[in-house]
Design a protein around this ligand. Structure first.
Ligand code: FAD
Length: 155
């Protein structure tokens, strides 16, 4: 198996294809990671969310990271890690960005279900206040593993 660095364009192409990532944030020296759906556009990852621990922590400390991968098997995978800055998109000043985020996210079917479903489980029928945020990408790195033996076995 060989592991090589991915070029910036390859990392971007993975962000455009993928919709699921693991968001990492931290507060008072305690890391926290949760799965999220996102949509990538022009240097930002857009996310639909509800108010809970991750949003409270990112408001307090906007430095975050997201890990995204595509795994074919143990020897063939790609993985990208993005570091960036949390930016909440409240109404009314970010109306246009919220519209943009929901139209991007709408390309992924049922993108909103996980965020809402999890929250509904906790608050029952109470009103859920959905929010949008985005992560401004400041740096990213990517690794690709290739395995010639594995490829031959599948050909
Ligand atoms: C495939 C997938 C896609 C998802 N997509 C989104 C999305 O796009 N947007 C979104 O907002 N949410 C999404 N979720 C749900 C998300 O992972 C969180 O569960 C949810 O957002 C609540 O996070 P919170 O920090 O507000 O937790 P809170 O409700 O404040 O949770 C408090 C505590 O609950 C526990 N907890 C919370 N979430 C999880 C979890 N996922 N697994 C185990 N324990 C947990 C933790 O111990 C945490 O300390 C997705 C989940 C999955 C599995």
């Amino acid at each position: 198996m060989e592991v090589n660095e991915m070029a910036a364009e390859e990392c971007k192409a993975l962000l455009e294809r993928a919709s699921l990532g693991r968001l990492g944030c931290s507060y008072e020296n305690q890391p926290y990671a949760v799965p999220i759906h996102f949509a990538y556009d022009s240097g930002y990852l857009y996310v639909f969310s509800t108010l809970g621990q991750k949003v409270k922590w990112m408001r307090a400390n906007p430095k975050v990271c997201v890990q995204i991968d595509e795994i074919q098997n143990q020897g063939e995978w790609t993985s990208v890690i993005v570091s960036g800055q949390y930016e909440e998109l409240p109404e009314p000043q970010y109306s246009a960005e919220r519209k943009h985020a929901s139209s991007l996210l709408a390309n992924h079917s049922h993108w909103w279900l996980n965020g809402l479903g999890e929250r509904q489980m906790k608050v029952g029928d109470q009103l859920i206040d959905p929010l949008f945020f985005r992560i401004r990408i400041q740096s990213m790195s990517g690794l690709r593993a290739t395995d010639e033996d594995e490829k031959e076995r599948h050909e």
